[in-house]
Write a protein that binds this ligand. Structure first.
Ligand code: UN1
Length: 479
């Protein structure tokens, strides 16, 4: 029997039974055994975070800096081991897994620095003899709910700023991938975090997540996940007058213009659409191509798609790891069927791939002849499925790119400064990418979307302060 990884509540590791975490590259392999928190345990975790808040919110900046910095160093020192754990539980390739772990370390390092840069403003009042100070204060208990597709980076980019700005935390990782979050919680605690400041409650959304939503003591919730769950987080949070931040779906376009370098276009689109098995909310699933370059581009992308090496996430030459689990695989296969039924042409891939081990392997699928009204162009699939939409010119490309209910990331491949500049200004998205993939973002700058993709202020970089603090304006008469 594997060792049980327990939940952390008020500084104690607790829990008696758990679930097994399965490797999607080899479903006979158990990655680990992780405790599932009950509703009662979740309430205890929230109470512990509430009790720890007064002291932590007044803790010295050097203490917070040191803990976050030490955490960054340990994550980085263990990147090979943690990257392998991540790839085994989630299925992204080992270089992608190690890359994500490195990113988590960089995030902790960045926020360790932000602790030392906390600042406010001092202004004169309109009343002579009175001074005004504007400061940022921690909010309280932050509930953090994270998705399965970035098992370490997303928990890191929510936990690090929450702690840096003096909040306490209750974190619930996705049930499919508890291992990576467990590892960073363990590291943070050994780095010296006082008891109750960070609590880990692994388990089901319907039990653990729901208890967090229903608690009046959770002051703010930062959520990344599906649109449906995001709406539930929003409704419950309004009920409690609670601050919330949502990162949800995407249907991100990449526009390819006639003047693009075909090689750059093919690599950018293959990366955006298929790497990390297309399981990124920043993935590009609509490829909008002007008619002059369309046929040559599609031929080249077809070749690349057919030849993508799909296999075990840990195997040396794998480019695309498995789909995360059977329900996501079914969703991908269903949409591949829907695309064909809608009259799109499946030009490459879309079939299950046999491998030496039993896993959820799928050859990335490329559709052509897609219209922007088809379901495969409108609904988020969250798998390695790309839809090519042919348009007349840049103007039609831009209009098509913006014709979606989402607005996370939007890309363009072009050598024209004029069109690149126009697109940057007019794409209705939180992030715009010129000649770089729509997915794979930096850790030190704001992340977030518009329209149906996001709600609330930006994550990451110094903009994270907006969510994880509350502003106070103080007036003082000198007397
Ligand atoms: C990235 O593209 O580097 O869930 C990050 C997601 C996003 C993170 C994407 N919140 O896919």
């Amino acid at each position: 029997m594997a060792e049980l990884h327990k939940n952390l509540i008020n500084g104690e590791w607790v829990g008696s039974d758990g679930i097994e975490n399965i490797n999607p590259s080899n479903i006979s392999e158990v990655v680990g055994l992780y405790a599932r928190a009950t509703a009662e345990e979740t309430k205890q975790a929230i109470a512990a975070a509430k009790a720890a808040f007064p002291a932590w919110s007044r803790s010295g900046i050097l203490e917070r800096h040191a803990i976050l910095s030490k955490t960054s160093q340990e994550i980085l020192a263990r990147k090979a081991e943690l990257g392998e754990l991540l790839s085994r539980e989630e299925g992204k390739t080992l270089p992608e897994g190690i890359g994500e772990v490195t990113r988590a370390a960089q995030i902790f390092d960045f926020f360790a620095g932000e602790v030392l840069r906390l600042a406010g403003e001092v202004l004169p009042s309109v009343r002579p003899g009175v001074g005004v100070e504007i400061t940022r204060e921690p909010i309280g208990v932050i509930g953090i709910i994270t998705p399965w597709n970035f098992p370490i980076a997303i928990p890191a980019w929510k936990i690090a700023p929450a702690l840096a700005y003096g909040n306490t935390v209750v974190v619930k990782p996705a049930d499919l991938v508890p291992g990576s979050t467990w590892a960073i919680v363990d590291i943070l605690v050994r780095a010296g975090l006082p008891k109750g400041v960070l609590n880990l409650v692994m388990g089901k959304g319907s039990v653990v997540g729901q208890t967090m939503l229903d608690s009046k003591d959770v002051t703010a919730i930062s959520f990344t996940g599906s649109v449906g769950t995001g709406k539930r987080v929003a409704a419950a949070s309004i009920e409690h007058n609670r601050k919330f931040q949502l990162e949800m779906g995407g249907k991100n376009p990449t526009v390819v213009l006639d003047d693009a370098d075909i090689k750059v276009a093919v690599e950018t689109v293959a990366q955006s659409a298929f790497f990390s098995t297309g399981q990124r909310c920043t993935a590009s699933s609509r490829v909008i191509v002007t008619e002059g370059i369309h046929d040559a581009f599609v031929d080249a992308l077809c070749e690349r798609t057919k030849n993508l090496r799909v296999g075990d996430a840990l195997a040396k030459d794998t480019e695309i790891g498995p789909v995360v689990d059977p329900s996501q695989l079914k969703q991908d296969m269903d949409y591949i069927g829907i695309g064909q039924d809608e009259g799109a042409e499946l030009r490459a891939g879309g079939q299950r791939v046999n491998a030496p081990t039993e896993g959820y392997f799928l050859q990335p699928a490329l559709f052509t002849g897609v219209t922007n009204q088809m379901r495969i162009a409108r609904e988020e699939i969250f798998g390695p499925v790309a839809a090519v939409i042919k348009v007349k010119d840049y103007e039609e490309a831009l209009a098509t790119a913006n014709d979606t209910e989402f607005g996370l990331s939007a890309g363009i491949v072009t050598t024209s400064l004029k069109y690149a500049t126009h697109f940057k200004r007019n794409a209705e998205a939180g992030m715009v990418m010129v000649n770089v993939p729509t997915a794979g973002v930096d850790f030190h700058v704001p992340f977030g979307g518009r329209k149906g993709s996001s709600y609330g202020s930006r994550e990451q970089g110094k903009y994270a302060a907006e969510f994880f603090t509350v502003v106070k304006t103080a007036y003082t008469a000198a007397g």
